[in-house]
Design a protein around this ligand. Sequence first.
Ligand SMILES: *Cc1c(COP(=O)(O)O)cnc(C)c1O
Length: 377
Amino acid sequence: MRIPFNSPHEAGNERRYVAEAFAGRHLSGDGPFTKRCHAWLRAHHGAPTLLTHSCTAALELCALLADLGPGDEVILPSFTFVSTANAFVLRGATPVFVDVEPQGLNLDASLIEAAVTPRTRAICVVHYAGVGAAMDDILAIAARHGLLVFEDAAQGLMASYRGRALGTFGALGAISFHETKNIGCGEGGALVLNDERLLARAEVLREKGTNRNAFFRGEVDKYTWVDVGSSFLPSDITAAVLLAQLEHAAEITARRRDRWARYHQAFTDAESRELLLRPVELPERTHNAHMYYLLARSLAHRTKILEATRARGIGCMFHYVPLHSSPAGRRLGRVGSAMAVTDSISERLFRLPLWPDLTDAMLEEIVEVVISEAERA
Ligand SMILES: *Cc1c(COP(=O)(O)O)cnc(C)c1O
C-alpha cells in the first residue's frame, strides 16, 4: 500500500530506551522500564495498572479474577474483536451478544436488561473507536443486578467519558498497546485495577500463579505457587518502547485528533449529499481519534469504494464481522437481543488510514478517491 492503513509512529526515545534496557542487563518482565510505565499509567488512570503482553491477556485476567466458569454468562457486544468474547469462552463461560447503539456503536444500554438471566455475572463493554460507552446507564444496570463491569478499552487510552479516563469505570479495564492502537509497542496491553482489592491476586495470576512480586518486595522469604495463573507480563524491552510512547501520548493524541477533524470537515458535504454517513460526535465523550470511519449506503457500495481505494494503493479497511453469526460465536455464545444495528453497520462501515504522520496531501487524496467513488458507485 502506498498509503497504508496504519504506520507505527516513533515518538523519539524508543531506540535509546531499548539500548538502556540492554545496558541495564534487565530484559525480562517487571524491570525498570515496566516500573516507569506502571507509574505513568497509575497516575493517568488514578488506579493501579499492570502491564500485560496484550489486551487479550488483560481480558483473560478479568475472566480469571472474576472466577468465571461453565454456566456463567457475560453480556458483550457482537460488534467487537474476538478477544472480548474469547477471554470468557476460555474459562467455559458463555458470551451473550447484545446489539450496539447506532450512534457511537457501543453496547446499547436499553437492550441489556432483557438479556440478563440468573446466570449473568458480568457486562463487558467495548469503547469502540475510543468513544466511551454509556457508562452511567451501564453501571446503574450492573448495580441493580449485582453484575461486575469490565471495560475492553483496547482502543481507549487518552479518551474520556464525562471527563474520566476510559478503563476506569468498571472493576477492571483492559488496554491495548498493539501496533495498530494509538500508543503502541508492537504487542502489549495493561490491566486497570479500579477495584484495588483485586490487585494482590492480579499480581499473582500475572506471575504464573506465584507470589514472586511479594517476594521481591520482601513480604515473604521465598516465593511459591499460590494460585492459578499464567505468564501475562511483557519483557522490559517492550516496556522501554512503550514508555517512549507514553511520554508523548498527549502530543500523539493531538496530532491524531487534528487528522480526524480534517477528515470530518472534508466529508461534511458528502454527508449532506447522502453519499456517506460520518461518525456522530457525542457530547461528554471525548474521543482519542483512534479511528476515522464512514458508513457506505450498502455492502455493494462499500465493496466498490474499498476496491477503488485499494486500486489506488490506499489502505482502507472494513471492520468487525459480527461475532454472533460467526462459526465460533454460534457454537459458543448466545444472542441476547435483535442485531439490526450490528448487522447493518458491519456491512457498511469502513475505516480510513489514520496515523500521526499522515500528511495533508495523503489525506486530501484519500478524501478525493473516496468521495468520487461514493458518487459513482
Ligand atoms: C485491539 C483490540 C483487542 C486486542 O488487543 P491486543 O492487545 O492485540 O490483544 C481487543 N479488543 C478490542 C476492541 C480491540 O480493538
